[in-house]
Design a protein around this ligand. Structure first.
Ligand SMILES: *Cc1c(COP(=O)(O)O)cnc(C)c1O
Length: 498
């Protein structure tokens, strides 16, 4: 493909992307292809002779699009949203157009300098303290691939710091603390690093939030046995239910255990702190006071296309002490002089994608005001959903709505005290049937979860095209499916009263 052929193919690609967005609403949300579908259409080896690009571009429409689940569909309420804006798409195009591994300042000064700047913009948008800014020269922020990478890097930094300050500690005694509601990133960090992980219990009556007392007891137990808990991965906005660990209580415990690194994983909820009214419930003050590292994904609910996980640390030296390897061929005058950031020492790989361009385009085009308006709009849409559940006689919220997430299930309201309540087991089997009905549909997508043994369904709002009418349609559909599930349900276990 030469430059002029690229011009033509590029215009066509943009046209087709626009058509895709116009048609999105009328497509099924979920791809219904069977496993292995693509093998029936594509050869098993790459072609020997180059093909005409128009044929390739048409095959994308013919074979790939039918196998896509449409995360930008207005009736996509599953998992968490994955942001996609046209500003982000254009930024990706520019970023890939120079295909630049930006591993240190010299390799492309703009990559390092833009990242350092927009990470400060983003920190200020969320209300993070000046200690986390790159301009502080001590703390700082960088863009990572995912929240899992951000957590892994934080654990690596925390481990290295702990070993420096506790030279006698044995690796096999180190323990990573999570809760039973922490994302799998905690376990994965343990697996990758060969470290043990202890998941602390959380209770439904505490809305699945980690209490200070639970942490204190665990620390005392483990320390008595010679174990060395060195990091807690706390969560602001858990994946299952949007729970927020009790950072004020945790802060009080950490006072007596100052070598415990606190990583706050706010992969989904963190961007909500752009709105001042959400800061208290997300414990921004505590994050600013004592978190060692903080992560949120702008690629979830933050309008920046995947991937754009933002990680801030209070002390960049803890990252570079753990991750700096400088062979002679990577040495540079500015790097040696310490006058520039060498981002390669802030993550695991050498090369890094030019992600800051996306954040820059999006934050400029929306402005802080537009960004906050989007967050507020999606929270209001979730409130519309939660209000519907509150008035339903067969559906109930399992936990109070958290920002733009509601967790609910079928739980018929009792009209009189002598009406028999269903056991947890019966309700779980009824709700599995209910979820089976919802997931068999292709016009809506929701995902399920289990909270301390209770089977429930998640409703996460955030796709940029979701409007009030789509929420209303979802409410109607869920009400109908719930009634049909109740009619079709035959209890497999004996019903008993609670
Ligand atoms: C989605 C999510 C993650 C994982 O995100 P990745 O960026 O895909 O690793 C981690 N923590 C929480 C709370 C999440 O919601």
């Amino acid at each position: 493909m030469d430059i002029e052929q690229f011009r033509k193919a590029g215009y066509q690609a943009i046209d087709r992307i626009c058509d895709y967005y116009y048609s999105l609403q009328n497509r099924p949300v979920i791809s219904k292809v069977e496993p292995g579908y693509l093998k029936q259409h594509l050869p098993l080896t790459a072609p020997e002779k180059g093909e005409d690009f128009q044929v390739i571009a048409d095959d994308y429409q013919k074979f790939i699009v039918p196998g896509l689940t449409h995360w930008q569909h207005p009736s996509f309420f599953g998992y968490f949203p994955t942001a996609c804006t046209f500003e982000g798409i254009i930024a990706e195009l520019y970023a890939t157009s120079t295909s630049n591994p930006g591993f240190n300042w010299t390799s492309s000064p703009a990559c390092t300098e833009l990242e350092a700047l927009v990470m400060d913009w983003a920190a200020q948008l969320l209300g993070l303290s000046a200690a986390f800014l790159n301009s502080s020269g001590i703390g700082g922020g960088s863009l990572q691939t995912t929240a899992s990478d951000s957590a892994l890097i934080s654990v690596v930094a925390a481990r290295s710091l702990y070993q420096q300050t506790h030279p006698d500690a044995k690796l096999e005694d180190l323990v990573i603390y999570t809760t039973t509601q922490t994302h799998s990133l905690g376990l994965k960090a343990g697996l990758v690093l060969g470290l043990s992980v202890r998941a602390l219990e959380v209770k439904s009556e505490d809305r699945f939030s980690l209490k200070g007392e639970t942490l204190r007891i665990a620390l005392e137990e483990d320390e008595k046995q010679g174990k060395k808990p060195f990091i807690l991965i706390a969560t602001v906005g858990t994946t299952s239910s949007g729970a927020i660990d009790n950072l004020p209580e945790i802060k009080a415990v950490v006072k007596d255990h100052p070598s415990l690194w606190i990583h706050v994983d706010a992969a989904w909820a963190g961007v909500a702190m752009s709105c001042p009214e959400n800061r208290e419930k997300c414990f921004l003050n505590e994050i600013n006071e004592f978190a060692n590292s903080f992560c949120t994904n702008f690629h979830k609910w933050g309008l920046v296309n995947f991937d754009a996980s933002t990680l801030w640390v209070r002390n960049r030296k803890h990252l570079t002490d753990a991750l700096d390897v400088t062979p002679p061929f990577l040495r540079s005058t500015h790097g040696d002089a310490g006058t520039v950031i060498d981002y390669r020492n802030w993550h695991l790989a050498l090369g890094r994608r030019f992600r800051s361009l996306k954040l820059w385009f999006v934050l400029r085009s929306f402005g802080a005001e537009g960004f906050r308006a989007y967050i507020r709009r999606t929270i209001a849409l979730n409130q519309q959903f939660a209000d519907f559940i509150a008035t339903s006689d067969i559906l109930s919220l399992v936990t109070p709505p958290s920002l733009a997430l509601s967790v609910f299930r079928i739980e018929p309201k009792r009209n009189s005290p002598d009406q028999v309540a269903l056991s947890t087991e019966s309700l779980n089997s009824l709700n599995r049937l209910f979820y089976g009905r919802i997931s068999a549909r292709d016009d809506i997508l929701l995902t399920q979860t289990v909270l301390n043994g209770v089977h429930c369904i998640r409703f996460a709002v955030g796709a940029a095209r979701t409007e009030s009418s789509h929420i209303q349609a979802a409410c109607d559909l869920l009400h109908t499916e719930a009634k049909l599930a109740i009619e079709a349900w035959e209890p497999t276990t004996t019903e008993d009263s609670k």
